[in-house]
Write a protein of this length. Sequence first.
Length: 317
Amino acid sequence: MIVMKFGGTSVGGKQAIERTIGIVRGRLSQRPVVVVSAMSKVTDFLYTVYDAIDSADSSLLEERLRELRARHLSVVNELISGPLWREEAASRVEALTASITMSSSMASVISKGEYLSSNIIVCAMNSLGIRAAWLDARSYMVTDEDALKGEPDFDEICRRAPKEIDAAFSGQDVVVTQGFVGISKNGTETVLGRGGSDFSASITGMAVDADVIEIWTDVDGVRSADPRKVPATRCIPKISFEEAFELFGNAAFDVDRNGKRKSLLSRISDFMTKKAKKPVIDENLCVRCGVCVSNCPVPGKAIDFVNGRESAPQYDY
């Protein structure tokens, strides 16, 4: 089994979703669990939807729900040619948008984007002959009671996820679920916080002991700077565990139930060109000289990326 996570730009419209489905089709023999974000910019828009609820402006709420509905129905009509699955997808979009009311909580509202995108993708896959099952991540992604930044309950997730995902795979080629969303033990809808979809994929991969976790993005691996802000960046072929932890935080790493540190981000893949980069995280790479495993010749303290830097890396990126 593998876990494949696709972010907002990877599911942002007809062409992006078609590309995503093509990538997943090439992995069907590996039993992919596909974790998706909301379509690009939808989560931001959902915050404005909740603003209308918070201000008790029902007219504004209806206006913004019409916009939300129209955007997703437009993608459905462009993406799915077969009438059966196109009508099914449209029906799901209508039901999800209608479920947002003046009494909806913020966590419920801002998580609707993942439910919209995942339902559209499942219908599109089935229309193309891929047997795809939709799975509600809230069937296993249990958190504490913090609705807007839920802390995962790893023991409970590891207990529930294998059973839920295995059951969803019955007679299916792929399981599609949501990033970002969670639920408390008391049944309160929660989210993992902004950027939580990568974290969701990592947790899911850990819970099912996936062979590999692929984070599909429009950047080809780990780069020396943010390419949106710096014109000339380089792809970093190898970094230490500590540096990767600093860069990715909980999205990429966690501690398994035996207490051993465990790298969960196994591969970073370039969505635009469909090229999968090799793992870039080296557990044995020294954070001072970049080479040795022990007895480092470079003077000074090792870097503690969790509690604060004592010295800077001595090797050049």
